[in-house]
Design a protein. Structure first.
Length: 579
């Protein structure tokens, strides 16, 4: 089954498993609004006897027409933005699930969700005799296509711009939709009703449903029928043109949304203005560390009379002279002497959090093809932050991440994220790739449909010693079994670069044996980067290791060298030795 159909089915299934009563209330709300409007109309409105002219009765009828799908306008914007905020939308992009497929899926989802209420309202209109002598199929087609098109048009536009707050995005959608209603009602009251004229047509009315209601109202007053022969443009009731305009508007809105999404899908990779302003600060840290490494300065005798601790001109001159005399003695020699052969290069990476804490400080690294590269260190040492910068979840505050893919080089940034993300695969610590109410089998089938799968996901589950059943709901699995499913999702598609965040955390010894067997069998085909808190595991399983503490490099090199390396792992200067 094609991927967007699988995704559509998954989202519909999720809604009515998670909270069926809540969603029935949401999606049948137009029926309730229609019934309330009909009752109020029967109680308060007088019978109309004059056709063509806009009467006061027509204004509340238009208001009811607008109100029917307010819930849908809000919910669609809310749910699309939520997919983007939780990062599931971006995660699916790495599987080749394009912007076109993603938004087409949501158009189909709401085409299905709006259908039942449209059918019920059409049936009520027929039973209550609201529009007698009007073909019921025309009533349904008008109600369904025009209201559906209007609801989706506003929701698609707004969801393209508001990507961080689903609630605000939903409210803005209603406000935009409501402003259209207010402009229509005001124009009816002041320019049509007050002057006793007919100013409602398919071209000057912001809401096409208003025009259709006006046409049907005229037919009722005249005692005439509306059928498929007189709704064409040359007929007495050219309702068909309203339907055509609604469909065209939806198509245009869809295309505009796709264009906007091209610019916003990688917005999370834009460097914050505050980071750009502090670039000189990061450069000074780099220069100081280089100078300190050269042994040119010490903190006891380098404070100048003007309060500056270092003569940056002197530092730069020293760095320049030492580069000329020994270009491979500047910074972490093992990293730079063979960087041209590296698959991934990290250059002077910094990451400062919004609270001012430095998560990563001046980390440089090379990761080579056909190796298992592991990032290790104690809790809160910066492992997860560095991993996310490498695979494109977060943008560094300073520095570069460069991918060497064949003869091509790509820097991980706003412009290249979309390209690079389709080269890598990752299993994060977070669960945003899961739709919690679906089963393990549902997820494997969903993600297999998005890409040309290299391996069978169910076979991989068995190889990883999965202890659950494929029919188990994801939210009922424990953390370890969820992690196994994430690993399967990362490995079953072929991607050159694979990132696994702390995959063995909490695993039994048998689970770890199975995991490392699976990884080693695939080592020659991929660039594999794995994080772990266990320095011992890293020294035993990795080809090369990066040891972090407080966001800084304490060791980088061959795993054999790590076994004889001791370092401070916390502020109490506890010595960690691996024998």
């Amino acid at each position: 089954m094609v991927s967007y159909i699988q995704y559509t089915v998954a989202q519909l299934k999720h809604r009515f498993i998670e909270s069926p009563i809540k969603y029935y209330i949401y999606y049948l709300s137009p029926v309730v609004i229609f019934i309330i409007g009909w009752i109020l109309g029967k109680m308060t409105l007088e019978k109309e006897t004059v056709d063509t002219k806009v009467t006061f009765n027509f204004i509340p009828m238009s208001m009811i027409g607008y109100s029917l799908y307010l819930v849908f306008v809000y919910r669609m914007a809310y749910e699309i933005i939520k997919e983007k905020k939780e990062y599931r939308r971006q995660y699916m992009h790495t599987y080749g699930f394009s912007s076109f497929k993603f938004h087409l899926s949501w158009v189909i989802i709401y085409a299905i969700l709006i259908l039942p209420s449209s059918l019920i309202i059409t049936g009520l209109i027929f039973i209550l005799g609201v529009f007698p002598k009007i073909d019921i199929t025309i009533i349904f087609l008008s109600l369904y296509t025009i209201q559906y098109g209007s609801a989706l048009m506003y929701s698609l536009w707004v969801s393209s711009f508001f990507r961080r707050s689903p609630v605000i995005g939903g409210i803005v959608s209603i406000l935009v939709y409501g402003s259209s209603a207010i402009s229509t009602i005001c124009s009816q009251y002041f320019f049509s009703y007050k002057r006793g004229r007919d100013h409602v047509n398919a071209y000057n009315t912001p809401n096409l449903m208003v025009y259709v209601i006006h046409q049907m109202r005229n037919a009722v007053i005249r005692g005439e029928s509306i059928n498929w022969f007189n709704i064409i443009p040359s007929g007495n009731y050219n309702i068909l043109i309203s339907i055509a305009i609604a469909c065209a508007s939806l198509i245009i809105s869809f295309i505009v949304t796709l264009i906007i999404d091209v610019f916003f899908i990688s917005s999370h990779m834009s460097r914050k203005p505050s980071d750009s302003k502090k670039s000189s600060y990061y450069e000074r840290i780099i220069e100081y560390k280089l100078a300190s490494k050269l042994g040119q300065f010490n903190n006891n005798n380098n404070q100048e009379s003007n309060g500056r601790f270092f003569d940056w001109k002197k530092i730069k001159n020293s760095i320049k002279s030492n580069k000329e005399s020994n270009p491979f003695n500047m910074d972490q020699p093992r990293l730079i002497e063979n960087s041209s052969a590296a698959a991934i290069v990290g250059e002077n990476l910094f990451k400062e959090y919004s609270n001012g804490i430095m998560g990563i400080s001046n980390v440089s690294l090379n990761i080579y093809p056909n190796e298992i590269f592991m990032i290790t260190g104690p809790k809160n040492s910066g492992k997860s932050t560095l991993m996310k910068m490498l695979y494109g979840r977060h943008r560094s505050s300073y520095g570069k991440v460069i991918y060497n893919y064949g003869k091509d080089k790509f820097e991980m940034n706003y412009r290249k994220w979309s390209t690079i993300s389709c080269l890598n695969s990752y299993a994060p610590k977070e669960d945003y790739m899961f739709i919690e109410d679906l089963t393990v089998s549902d997820h494997i089938n969903l993600y297999e449909s998005m890409c040309s799968s290299q391996e069978n996901g169910f076979t991989l589950l068995n190889e990883l010693n999965f202890l659950g059943n494929t029919s188990d709901v994801i939210k009922n699995l424990d953390t370890v079994e969820k992690t196994k499913v994430k690993i399967v999702l990362a490995l079953m598609k072929y991607r050159k670069y694979i990132f696994l965040e702390e995959p063995t955390k909490g695993m039994s010894e048998k689970d770890k044996i199975c995991f490392w067997k699976v990884i080693r069998e695939r080592k020659s085909q991929h660039v594999i980067v794995i994080s772990t808190e266990s320095v011992e595991e890293a020294s035993q399983q990795a080809d090369r290791v990066l040891l972090l503490n407080n966001g800084m490099i304490h060791f980088i090199g061959e795993s054999e060298d790590l076994k004889h390396h001791s370092t401070n792992t916390n502020q109490n200067e506890h010595q960690l030795e691996i024998n």
